[in-house]
Design a protein around this ligand. Structure first.
Ligand SMILES: [Zn+2]
Length: 191
């Protein structure tokens, strides 16, 4: 009886030691979290769900050869088209809006609405993984720039004055988009 009692303090020391080790391991943030915190502090891109694999990387010369001058200026040089001038500002057809640079599906017409801003506006992206958010402090404003996760194309900005259910307004340059009416081939008679 007394022998068994004497084992208890030893056992509890072992348990305590184990607990301390586990705790200290858990306290150490993983690489990804630390990198993320460093990114926020340095005001660098806050990549939301960006997948490092499968990215489209082209040289400026290559982008220039496949884009119009306006598309290049806006998507690759973070330009902005004048309000109420874009091809898709009043566009209402059903389909998907793809990245003009890489063809990634970015927005669905089901989430498009008329914000009155003069730029195509959406209350949600087609998929959160397709859009990256970057803090933008240019022009004395604090805004969140949105870019295509796949190729880095500048799209526009996201604001929190959009309609429900998200309350978000993805304000996008028409020049960053390529509309696809997603027409399915009928019946399948043709190969
Ligand atoms: Zn893209």
């Amino acid at each position: 009886m007394s022998r068994r009692m004497s084992n208890i303090p030893l056992l509890s020391v072992a348990v305590l030691l184990f607990g301390v080790i586990v705790f200290s391991i858990m306290q150490r943030p993983p690489e990804a979290v630390r990198a993320d915190m460093a990114g926020v502090a340095a005001n660098t891109p806050i990549e939301k769900g960006a997948d490092m694999s499968g990215k489209v990387v082209k040289s400026d010369q290559e982008w220039k050869s496949i884009l119009t001058a306006d598309q290049y200026r806006i998507t690759r040089e973070r330009g902005t088209e004048p309000a109420f001038t874009g091809e898709y500002n009043k566009h209402k057809a059903g389909g998907v809006y793809k990245c003009v640079c890489c063809g990634e599906e970015l927005f669905d017409s089901k989430t498009k609405y008329d914000s009155g801003s003069g730029w195509p506006s959406f209350w949600a992206p087609a998929s959160e993984n397709d859009i990256s958010e970057v803090a933008d402090n240019s022009y004395g404003m604090t805004r969140i720039e949105i870019t295509c996760s796949k190729c880095g194309a500048h799209l526009g900005h996201v604001f929190d004055d959009g309609p429900q259910p998200t309350g978000l307004r993805y304000c996008v340059n028409s020049a960053s988009l390529k509309f696809d009416d997603r027409e399915e081939p009928q019946g399948g008679e043709n190969e």
